[in-house]
Design a protein around this ligand. Structure first.
Ligand code: PLP
Length: 372
């Protein structure tokens, strides 16, 4: 195929340009404008929970402010999902916190509640837990929440990949005291780059707003008692988000159709799709496969074959405890062999771009099949 088939790229609709134009027409392109307010209100309406939203320049910024709100100080232990993007963990280290990585379970590929229990046994003074819903698949959230409550520890949800995923009928990002969303270019909806902090309490949201706007005290001159950041989303960028939000459900449904098509087409091959639990409805942000052990095909070889056919694929997120930058950090597993190492060794993310045509999808499927 001449054009390259990609994992996930922005899908725009037209309303984005209208909201941007409105910002330009009203000469309101600088930060803190009506598009930011409307995007925040729109996301909260979508989530159908009493959350307080703050539009920011990235999901990483949202996680950073969440870590600060959780009161992480140098030396504090934070238990983190191990199989994830480094952006989940980096903000813990910005604040001098010590990440301890928690293995995955097989049912959802997310944080294993049993391993979390074990981590609490090893580290009695944990300050917070950062839980990811990987690839838009909800984690075993109730189990994790129950453990956090019992230990009186804050849960931060990294829902960067999971906007519109539900767990027991409730939207991801509304379970933790704090949560982060991402509107990066590859996510289910995008603002080109951007993110959002979700907080249960308005006080927390206001404190984050204070930090995100350089911690300016309420004086006529610029008075600073605390370190500040320039983390707010611009009104232009938020206009893209408002336009995208109108199509969130449609994007989700298109993602699910891609997953179902792969699932159906790969029946009989020695592989399984990324799993999810019966009590949750993922947004199917990325469709992934797990090759059966000993099936004779490994992810990197398959990736190479797909690449030769001009199809992008990518290994599963490499676990944080295997990353050189975090080599000094502890890792806790409840299994004999780390579950996430095994998923990393056998998994591959497939094109999940909702602009793929039926022909594109068939081409990807045929190319995968031909590798066996
Ligand atoms: C994308 C992503 C982030 C970071 O979001 P940015 O907007 O790119 O800063 C954090 N965690 C996970 C799991 C992500 O996929």
């Amino acid at each position: 195929m001449e054009k390259r088939i990609l994992l996930a790229t922005p899908t725009l609709h037209g309303e984005e340009a209208q909201y941007i134009q409105e910002a330009i027409d009203r000469n309101w392109v600088a930060p803190l404008g009506f598009n930011c307010d409307e995007l925040e209100a729109g996301v909260v309406r979508f989530l159908q929970q009493d959350m307080h939203a703050l539009a920011l320049c990235s999901g990483t910024a949202a996680l950073h402010l969440a870590v600060k709100l959780a009161g992480i100080r140098p030396g504090d232990v934070v238990l983190c999902s191990d199989m994830t993007f480094a952006a989940t963990v980096n903000p813990v280290v910005y604040e001098g916190g010590v990440p301890v990585f928690v293995d995955s379970e097989r049912d959802t590929w997310n944080m294993d509640p049993q391993a979390l229990e074990e981590a609490f046994r090893r580290y009695p003074n944990v300050k917070a837990v950062v839980l990811v819903h990987l690839y838009g698949t909800p984690a075993k959230t109730d189990e994790i929440l129950e453990i956090c409550r019992r230990h009186n520890v804050i849960l931060i949800e990294d829902a960067a990949e999971a906007l519109s995923s539900t767990y027991k009928g409730r939207q991801c990002g509304t379970f933790g005291q704090l949560a982060a969303l991402s509107f990066n270019g590859n996510k289910i909806i995008t603002t080109s780059g951007g993110g959002m902090l979700l907080a249960k309490s308005p006080e927390m949201r206001n404190k984050a707003l204070f930090w995100a706007t350089q911690s300016r005290e309420n004086t006529p001159w610029y008075e600073h008692k605390e370190l500040g950041y320039n983390y707010r989303m611009s009104n232009i960028v938020a206009g893209i988000g408002r336009g995208q939000l109108l199509h969130l459900q449609e994007h989700r449904d298109a993602k699910e159709r891609i997953y179902r098509r792969y699932e159906e087409a790969f029946r009989g091959l020695p592989l399984t799709m990324n799993p999810y639990a019966a009590d949750s409805v993922p947004n199917f942000w990325l469709s992934c496969i797990l090759l059966d052990a000993g099936c004779g095909v490994d992810p990197l070889t398959l990736m190479q074959k797909l690449n030769e056919a001009n199809i992008e694929s990518r290994p599963i997120w490499k676990p944080m405890h295997m990353q050189p930058v975090f080599a000094h950090c502890d890792f806790v597993s409840a299994a004999e062999q780390p579950v996430d190492e095994d998923i990393f060794a056998r998994g591959l993310c497939l094109p999940s771009d909702i602009k793929m045509t039926e022909e594109d999808l068939s081409y990807v499927i045929d190319t995968v099949k031909a590798a066996f």
